[in-house]
Design a protein around this ligand. Structure first.
Ligand code: ADP
Ligand code: MG
Length: 282
């Protein structure tokens, strides 16, 4: 009897491996013991195992999406101090975190001076999208342009554009810090126009619209890019002084020996959760 059992177990593991059900393979015996002691029937046992497999699959997929998004660092909405940035409407940001704009293929533009939380909000919003099952990629504009130029030289441009086309949301961070070369501007424009009404964009920039020509070079290209970007777009202005500066002032004012509560900007040491209320995944 014992011998038969272990033979069946080996076979079972083999079948589960062939069916690609690793979590069921790992948990089957333990859950079977629990089911026996709880007097659970066969269907309940099967249900418990399939639930475990599904949960583990979703967890791994979420991990993969987060990795594929290539965030430089993780930021959450719960660590964003809305009181310090009154021009940013908390209700509007919470609504954006629900991602309806992605389903509608709309864009989000974050405009404001350096240090005012544009990248923080862009990461928090796109991480929220990641958690909901959307395919996201975060890119600094200068890095994306470099990638595009390299891919063009190595004849990999189609492949890279293919990857971008599969995304639900592309973040273009820091548009305008460095003016693009003519080729770079054209490649960037191509990304923006391909994304139009297909992939949502979150763009962060310190430049007012009238200065975009300085980055993209040609007025014709700038007009066309702005036209597509802003056609269906929510604009968020992060007005006011730099949070880094404010943070530094708070630190400077605080007595040296003090071990008071964390100052603003230090709040992201907590385990990462892109959403405050742990919303449902898609
Ligand atoms: P920007 O992209 O506008 O230059 P960042 O988003 O990089 O600014 O913000 C600079 C730093 O300050 C980051 O560490 C960010 O997390 C923090 N920060 C900015 N605004 C806030 C805020 N309102 N609440 C909490 N942290 C903030
Ligand atoms: Mg930034």
């Amino acid at each position: 009897m014992k011998q038969l059992e272990s033979k069946s177990l080996v076979l079972l593991q083999h079948h589960l491996k062939a069916l690609r059900l690793p979590t069921i393979g790992a948990e089957a015996e333990k859950v079977a013991r629990r089911a026996a002691s709880d007097n659970a029937d066969h269907l309940t046992y099967l249900l418990q195992l399939t639930e475990l497999e599904l949960l583990e699959r979703e967890r791994r997929a979420a991990e993969r999406r987060l990795k594929a998004a290539r965030f430089p660092t993780l930021k959450s909405l719960s660590s964003f101090d809305f009181a310090a940035r009154p021009s940013v409407n908390k209700v509007m940001i919470a609504e954006l975190a629900r991602c309806a704009y992605i389903d509608a293929r709309e864009n989000v533009l974050l405009v404001g001076n350096p240090g005012t939380g544009k990248t923080h909000l862009a990461i928090a919003l796109s991480a929220a999208a990641c958690a909901k099952g959307y395919r996201v990629r975060f890119s600094r504009v200068t890095e994306l342009i470099t990638h595009l130029i390299e891919a063009r030289d190595e004849r990999g441009l189609l492949r890279l554009k293919g990857q971008l086309a599969k995304l639900d949301l592309l973040v273009l961070d820091e548009l305008g810090y460095v003016p693009a070369s003519k080729v770079g501007a054209e490649l960037l424009f191509d990304v923006i126009s391909t994304a139009y009404e297909r992939t949502s964009l979150i763009v962060t920039t310190n430049l007012p619209f009238e200065s975009w020509t300085e980055v993209l070079g040609s007025e014709r290209l700038t007009g066309a890019a702005l036209d597509r970007l802003t056609h269906r777009c929510q604009i968020i202005e992060t007005k006011g002084e730099s949070y880094r500066l404010r943070d530094a002032k708070v630190r400077a004012r605080r007595p040296k020996a003090s071990t008071g509560p964390a100052s603003p900007g230090e709040t992201d040491g907590a385990p990462f959760s892109p959403l405050e209320g742990g919303e449902e995944t898609r």
